[in-house]
Structure formats: structure tokens, C-alpha cells
Design a protein around this ligand. Structure first.
Ligand code: HEC
Ligand code: HEC
Length: 290
């Protein structure tokens, strides 16, 4: 059924209906999928294995809906209360606690669980996550990663190069843009290969989400080499900020010295005539004041 056909008979009443209920089922399902994609896929897959959080496949068979709905409203509170199951899944997640997701109401949680149930039944869910090779990174991957970062290699889906907004150790010169953070250590912050890969595939922060929503990075062709780059910069343990800043200051300093040198040469002759008597006068004053 198309959305148009669905809307037609209730068109004028739609705003009211949207207030009464969350909308007709088809719209609700699409809405849940969109919500899941932008808010959950950075930490959860459905049938693709654990990321930061557990794989949500068949989660409603592990725990009852009422509990899950409550947990999704306030994960921290359930854990603070000492709930045994909450403590267990927290421990399995290396003590990372699920954040409060903005816009999460009991009704929203209900539609998300319905979505997760439906997706769990599929052979392969659209949220099985990023299928990316786990072969070891090579030096060539690192180089490709840098080429992608710098925009020397164009992104297949047309996204902008990272260097427009980010810098990374080894980017050279003055580094890149400053709108986004220095990514030299991002591999650690985003918890390594699998987690950061999923993050890059579907970035959960506002600017990144907006930038790559319709221009997702390619798994093995782009994300893998970028991960190789970020792993290598994190290992080297230098943030480019310092390098960039000192390059900036060094250049500024050299320029200043060059200017001073130039001025010295130009003004030397002219100043001497004025300066000599001045120095003499003030020297006399100082001595005379004693
Ligand atoms: C920043 C990572 C993160 C995000 C984003 C996130 N979760 Fe979680 N989620 C977790 C972690 C970690 C756990 C395990 C419990 C804990 O440690 O808090 C968890 C647990 C769960 C559980 C219980 C899993 C089980 O095995 O019983 C459900 C259900 C769940 N999350 C749903 C969601 C949904 C739906 C969204 C999006 C609206 C979401 N989560 C977003 C990290 C996240
Ligand atoms: C239009 C500017 C822009 C472009 C282009 C861009 N980013 Fe970002 N990025 C940001 C901003 C701003 C943030 C901070 C969070 C946010 O607002 O999204 C960010 C955050 C990140 C983070 C999270 C860093 C952390 O420590 O949490 C990663 C990783 C990242 N970007 C990777 C990339 C990669 C890889 C590319 C290139 C493929 C890229 N970004 C291109 C603006 C950009």
C-alpha cells in the first residue's frame, strides 16, 4: 500500500490523528525504522553481532516487553536500582551504560520493539549492520585511508572529504578544518575497529549524520582504509593539533623574524641619525638622576 493511498481518505484529519495516535501503522513502521537508524545503529545491530550494546535480535524473547520499555526510558536508573538483568547486560557491554535517547517515550519504545521483532524474523535485517572484512590492516590501507581523508580519492557516494572539517596526525601543512574534532585519537574514543566502523557507517552525531545521511561511506572500499588510518594515528599517539599549531607558530615566527630583518636593513640608516642623540640624552638623564 502506498503512503498516498493510505493518506487520501483521512487527509484533512491527519494532523488530529497524529495527535491521537502516532499515525497509521505503515507510517509508524517507517518512522520507527528511521528513528532506529538515526538513534540506535551506532551501538546495536539486529542479527549482526554486538557493538557497544547487545545484538537486539530476539531481545523480546530474552526479556519481557514491559521491562524493556522501562529500561529504554531510563537505562541508568534501572542499573542504579540494582536490577540483576540490567547489571548483567551492562557488564557484558564492558560497563558502558546506554544513554537516554531523546524522543524516547513509552509509545516510541513500543513501536521500536515491534520493529525489532519484525526485523528479527527476517533472514537478514536491514539493521544487520556493516558487513566489513576483518582482515588485518595493511600499510596500503593506511595510505588509501589518508588519500580518502584528504580528498585525493573521491568518495563513491559523493560525500565531502573529511579534511574539510577535520584534521588528523600526518595530514601535514596546517592540518584540516576545525569544525569537527581532531581525529588522531578517535579510534580509541570510538572503541576500535568494529564500533568505529559501525559509527562511520551511520554516524550518530548531528553534523556527521546530516553530512553522510544520503552519502554513506562504502564498507570495504572506504571505511576499512579509514579505520586503518585512524588505528595507525591512535597508535602513534600524537594529536595533530599540536603539530598544526606549532607549524602555524613556527611559520608565523619565521615570517616575523624575516620582516624584522627587512625593517632593520631598510631603517637602519635612517634611524641612526635620530637614535644616537636620543640614546645620548636618555643616558645622561638616567645618570644625572642618580
Ligand atoms: C551509545 C550506545 C547505545 C545507543 C545509542 C543505544 N543503546 Fe541500547 N544499549 C546499549 C548498551 C551498552 C546496552 C546494555 C545495557 C547497558 O550497559 O546499559 C543497551 C541495551 C539495550 C536493550 C536491552 C538489550 C538486552 O539484551 O536486553 C535494548 C532493548 C536497547 N538497548 C534498545 C536500544 C534502542 C531501541 C536504541 C535506539 C533508540 C538504543 N538502544 C540506543 C547502548 C546503546
Ligand atoms: C561538514 C563537516 C564534516 C565533514 C566533511 C566530516 N565531518 Fe566528521 N565531524 C564533524 C563534526 C562537526 C563532528 C562533531 C560531532 C557532530 O557534530 O557531528 C564530527 C565528528 C566526527 C567523528 C567523531 C569524533 C569523536 O571523537 O567523537 C568522527 C569519527 C568523524 N567525524 C569522522 C569523519 C570522517 C571519517 C569524515 C570523512 C569521511 C568526516 N568525519 C567528515 C564534521 C564533519
Amino acid at each position: 500500500m502506498t503512503i498516498k493511498r493510505l493518506l487520501h481518505p483521512i487527509g484533512p484529519a491527519l494532523p488530529i490523528l497524529m495527535i491521537i495516535a502516532a499515525g497509521p501503522p505503515a507510517i509508524q513502521a517507517q518512522d520507527a525504522a528511521d528513528f532506529f537508524r538515526s538513534n540506535c545503529t551506532s551501538c546495536h545491530t539486529i542479527g549482526g553481532g554486538r557493538l557497544t550494546g547487545p545484538d537486539l535480535k530476539n531481545v523480546t524473547q530474552r526479556k519481557d516487553r514491559a521491562w524493556l520499555i522501562q529500561f529504554m526510558q531510563s537505562p541508568q536508573a534501572m542499573i542504579d536500582r540494582g536490577d540483576a538483568y540490567a547489571l548483567q547486560i551492562k557488564q557484558e557491554s564492558r560497563d558502558v551504560i546506554m544513554p537516554v535517547i531523546s524522543g524516547m517515550s513509552p509509545a516510541r519504545a513500543e513501536t521500536l520493539l515491534t520493529l525489532i521483532d519484525a526485523e528479527s524474523k527476517l533472514e537478514k535485517s536491514q539493521f544487520a549492520g556493516l558487513q566489513i572484512s576483518d582482515r588485518p590492516f595493511t600499510e596500503q590501507d593506511v595510505q588509501q585511508g589518508m588519500a580518502i581523508f584528504m580528498g585525493h580519492r573521491k568518495l563513491a557516494n559523493g560525500g565531502p572529504p573529511c579534511v574539510e572539517c577535520h584534521t588528523v596526525a600526518g595530514a601535514g601543512g596546517f592540518g584540516g578544518g576545525r569544525l569537527g574534532p581532531d581525529l588522531s585519537k578517535a579510534y580509541e574514543r570510538l572503541q576500535g575497529r568494529k564500533s568505529m566502523g559501525a559509527w562511520l557507517y551511520s554516524p550518530a552525531t548531528p553534523t556527521m549524520n546530516l553530512t553522510f545521511k544520503n552519502t554513506a561511506l562504502k564498507a570495504n572500499e572506504e571505511i576499512l582504509p579509514l579505520l586503518a588510518l585512524f588505528e595507525s594515528t591512535a597508535q602513534k599517539g600524537v594529536e595533530d593539533d599540536r603539530a598544526g599549531t606549532s607549524a602555524f607558530f613556527a611559520t608565523g615566527f619565521l615570517a616575523a623574524v624575516a620582516c624584522l630583518g627587512l625593517f632593520a636593513v631598510i631603517w637602519k640608516a635612517r634611524f641612526r641619525a635620530v637614535r644616537d642623540p636620543l640614546v645620548e640624552t636618555s643616558a645622561r638623564k638616567v645618570l644625572g638622576g642618580r
